[in-house]
Design a protein around this ligand. Structure first.
Ligand SMILES: C[S@@+](CC[C@H](N)C(=O)[O-])C[C@H]1O[C@@H](n2cnc3c(N)ncnc32)[C@H](O)[C@@H]1O
Length: 216
């Protein structure tokens, strides 16, 4: 029997808000600043194969392809509606990007397949168990020596960020993030050289960038 698709939290919490996602991102969060920084820390090479897991409207996916035209990049998202928006943007940008529908914690790719996996603002959408599954899946599909790069909410860096995070803490799935548990969860999945590289103060609380490496 075919399995029903797993439940997921849409980009802005409710399906009807998805068409507004890019506008909200542009107005509320320093999207291009942190996404450019994320790309910088990925240290991409021409021969690399990259997965953008939970690519949403593909803003980051397109930015990567435009910055490094030779890399092969795949965007994956669980939400078919947001992938429709991503497809239009990819077509408009005139870039060659494969977009797949699937789940971050059941990746439809073979072992040791990618040099880099990047994921931006996706982890706080997942339950504790599915976060752990996601990191194990990223570990599985990365080649030995490959790297995972994550941008997501992290431990508050000052009082204001702490106050905002108290509000975010009302959403259970964000608690692992704001308690600062992500680095330990990366290690539990097998990653080494785990590092929080940058923090940004945003209207949604502290946004942290992380890097972790699969041994090899
Ligand atoms: C806040 S948006 C971030 C989109 C994009 N990465 C960005 O930085 O703009 C979160 C995305 O995660 C996707 N998502 C949620 N659960 C997922 C899952 N289990 N597997 C893959 N994508 C998922 C949502 O559909 C949504 O597109």
């Amino acid at each position: 029997m075919p399995q029903p698709p797993p439940k997921f939290i849409p980009a802005l919490g409710f399906k009807f808000l998805t068409p507004l996602y890019d506008l909200v991102m542009r107005l509320t969060i320093r999207e291009l600043t942190f996404k450019r920084r994320l790309i910088e820390q990925m240290r991409l090479e021409k021969s690399h194969r990259v997965l953008d897991s939970g690519c949403g409207t593909a803003t980051l996916t397109i930015l990567i392809k435009k910055t490094y035209p030779e890399v092969e990049i795949i965007g994956l998202d669980i939400d078919p509606k947001i992938l429709d928006i991503a497809r239009l943007k990819v077509k408009k940008a005139g870039v060659d990007i494969k977009l797949d529908q699937g789940s971050a914690f059941e990746l439809p790719y073979p072992d040791n397949f990618f040099d880099r996996v990047v994921s931006s603002l996706v982890i706080h959408h997942l339950t504790h168990e599915n976060k752990a599954r996601t990191f194990r899946e990223v570990f599985r599909v990365l080649k030995p020596g490959g790297e995972m790069h994550i941008a997501d909410f992290g431990k508050p860096q000052n009082v204001l960020m702490y106050l905002i995070s108290r509000f975010l803490g009302l959403f259970e799935d964000t608690l692992d993030n704001i308690k600062g548990l992500l680095p330990e969860m990366f290690r539990e999945a097998g990653f080494e050289e785990v590092e929080e590289t940058t923090r940004y103060a945003t209207v949604f609380g502290t946004l942290s960038l992380y890097r972790a490496r699969k041994p090899g």
